[in-house]
Write a protein that binds this ligand. Structure first.
Ligand SMILES: [Mg+2]
Length: 169
């Protein structure tokens, strides 16, 4: 149960600044794609997100995408983002993809921030792997399909507790 609670809950990936990471001793980020870096069914990432990833690069913060999507979808997207490392077909909430990502970043899992928008996928997997789990508000809900809509329904009571734990977010 404790693995369903994130280490932090933030509005947007834009809140995960290099300073935020440094203050917590985190040297790399493990990124979800959909509704974390980009809205569902949107072809291109936001300029501000691209600028943040540039900042990560300048500051030497490693990046690796971990996605349940297949390589055919993940690779071109990572190319657009300029993120060289990715783990497709990760079967999140399995911990394996996160551990693999941390290994590629050359960091122990606890020194990586795993950032995503879904409790039963991103937070659970990240916590099982021992990463610092950051839950984000999804960029926009709706149009996610029936399965994710169902997961969001199940998330609702947990999200209520999480919001209480992180007031003012
Ligand atoms: Mg997502």
């Amino acid at each position: 149960m404790k693995n369903l609670f994130p280490d932090d809950y933030l509005n947007s990936i834009l809140d995960v600044t290099p300073a935020y990471l440094r203050e917590r001793g985190l040297g790399g980020v493990i990124l979800d794609i959909d509704n974390t870096l980009i809205g569902h069914n949107v072809p291109d990432p936001d300029e501000r997100v691209l600028a943040l990833l540039d900042e990560y690069r300048r500051e030497g913060i490693g990046m690796c995408v971990v996605s349940n999507n297949n390589g055919g979808r993940v690779k071109p997207f990572c190319e657009k983002l300029g993120v060289g490392d990715f783990v497709p077909n990760a079967m999140k909430p399995a911990a394996r993809g996160y551990r693999l990502a941390a290994e590629r970043l050359g960091l122990p899992p606890e020194r990586t921030a795993a950032i995503g928008d879904q409790i039963f996928t991103d937070v659970w997997g990240a916590r099982r792997a021992g990463c610092y789990a950051v839950l984000l508000r999804p960029i926009h809900k709706g149009g996610e399909g029936a399965f994710i809509a169902l997961k969001r329904l199940c998330e609702a009571p947990l999200l209520k507790i999480i919001k209480k734990r992180f007031p003012g977010r």
